[in-house]
Write a protein of this length. Structure first.
Length: 218
């Protein structure tokens, strides 16, 4: 079974999806980490992120490994580095690169294989796994999402003003929603969940319950 959890940054996808996967003993795919890993690779190599061919070639010739929450690019552990705000901000160029998107979608399908998977991102229910049995789209108010992002950054040692995060977030939402290929939008058969005023635990339990009942064919 494939469970897709899409939505904007800060809607709580990662935390929720990881926990749902754990409770169901499903594999977990963090597809945002893949776009971040390609961004990190290009920044590390000094590749112009807007040069679509060079970026795609770099991505295709690198090795990416995702093991229990850790991310490796060409064998190097980049788990914390890919969460830095430079990577977050620059990832928009990678997300807009159609060749990279096609490559990463293929990688996502390969990694999912025939296993039971919870996968989170922007286009998992629409493009990567349109046949998924269970699709969710998480949202939250812009303010809540920015507060969550601020806390995440602080955990990583970066202290950024809320105003600045809100501004960047608005820009990111616009780009995510209007991208030519793989735009952020709910699949027509996705269940929408607003996480603004809810505890993650509650959301996790709701999603877990829906998946379990679908598994039983209810
Ligand atoms: O969810 P995140 O913040 O880790 O995502 C990082 C970047 O990757 C962000 O620019 C959105 C992009 N992304 C995407 O375009 N498609 C996905 N399936 C996942 C992430």
């Amino acid at each position: 079974m494939i469970v897709t959890i899409d939505g904007p940054a800060g809607a709580g996808k990662s935390t929720t999806a990881r926990k749902v996967a754990e409770r169901l003993s499903f594999q977990f795919l963090d597809t945002g980490a893949m776009y971040r890993a390609v961004t990190w690779l290009c920044l590390d190599r000094g590749i112009d992120l807007q040069n679509q061919e060079l970026v795609a070639a770099a991505a295709q010739s690198a090795t990416f490994e995702f093991q229990g929450g850790q991310v490796f690019v060409n064998g190097r552990d980049v788990t914390s580095e890919i969460r830095m705000s430079t990577v977050t901000n620059e990832s928009r160029h990678i997300a807009a690169n159609n060749a990279v998107r096609a490559f990463l979608i293929e990688l996502q399908r390969q990694l999912a294989g025939t296993a039971n998977v919870v996968t989170e991102g922007r286009d998992q229910g629409t493009i990567a796994f349109p046949q998924a049995e269970c699709k969710f789209f998480l949202t939250a108010s812009p303010q809540q999402r920015a507060i969550r992002r601020q806390k995440d950054l602080a955990r990583n040692g970066e202290h950024v003003a809320l105003e600045e995060i809100l501004n960047q977030q608005t820009g990111r939402d616009q780009r995510d929603e209007t991208r030519e290929f793989g735009a952020l939008k709910p699949a027509p058969d996705a269940i929408l969940i607003d996480t603004s005023d809810r505890e993650f635990e509650q959301v996790v339990t709701e999603i877990e319950g829906i998946v379990r009942s679908r598994m039983l064919g209810k």
